[in-house]
Design a binder for this molecule. Structure first.
Ligand code: DC
Length: 227
């Protein structure tokens, strides 16, 4: 089917931490007029709920109970960014803290958590054309997505990008600590039992090391218009 005839299209953008997925996915969605869904933010919100409830990220039964009670809402702003609400409170900034990054992979490894969030992601994607970014979108959440992208970048570049993000939010972490934390998170995310970070067999791999954000966005927009 030619792209112009497509009624609905889903684009998955997966890849490791700091590869630029969220920024690129949001801008691609904006250019195409699609909905954008940041699935990592959903896992981060549950990790925040775990921290706030003073539950250990290794306490499977307590997390299974917690996920049943969490009221998680995602709203899209006019500029295309996602705002995340946990139990009615806007937690979009809180979920970016390094303390959340440190435990989110453990929280995301519970089947009880993934079942709820994957279901919610599929439901949100079912309303129309959408760009979803995460780790398992092209493999688990939307295996039939029409366009699958796997973004990669070297560890040094990814640590530099994350450092810039954290500095903006006022958090101080040394570049070495940050690179180590990213490596640890990638390793855990790749070993996740129920939704490991993995490029789908039919994903197009884009190395963003020497590309500007706009170049990556343009490439994906061009790919989406391919017959
Ligand atoms: O994209 P991010 O760095 O905000 O994601 C935070 C964590 O959430 C990531 O380390 C792994 C987990 N995650 C996941 O397991 N599956 C997804 N689809 C998205 C994120």
């Amino acid at each position: 089917m030619k792209s112009a005839e497509r009624l609905c299209m889903h684009i998955s953008i997966d890849g490791p931490a700091g590869a630029g997925k969220s920024t690129v996915a949001r801008l691609v969605a904006q250019r195409l007029g699609y909905t954008y869904l940041d699935t990592g933010a959903m896992y981060r919100a549950i990790a925040l709920a775990v921290l706030q409830a003073h539950i250990s990220s290794h306490d499977a039964p307590a997390i299974a109970e917690l996920i049943k009670k969490c009221d998680l809402q995602i709203k899209t702003e006019i500029d295309g960014t996602n705002k995340i609400y946990l139990d009615g409170k806007d937690v979009s900034a809180d979920i970016r803290q390094q303390a959340i990054s440190a435990i989110v992979s453990d929280v995301a490894n519970y089947k009880t958590v993934r079942d709820v969030l994957v279901d919610k992601q599929r439901q949100m994607a079912s309303h129309g054309s959408a760009v979803l970014d995460g780790r398992d979108i092209g493999t688990v959440v939307l295996p039939d997505a029409e366009l699958k992208i796997f973004l990669i970048a070297s560890l040094a570049v990814r640590a530099k990008r994350r450092n810039a993000d954290l500095q903006q939010s006022g958090e101080k972490v040394s570049p070495e600590q940050l690179a180590k934390a990213i490596e640890e998170r990638d390793s855990k995310d790749a070993k996740n039992t129920y939704g490991p970070m993995r490029a789908a067999d039919d994903a197009i791999i884009i190395n963003t090391d020497n590309m500007t954000i706009n170049q990556v966005v343009q490439k994906i927009v061009d790919l989406s218009k391919r017959p």
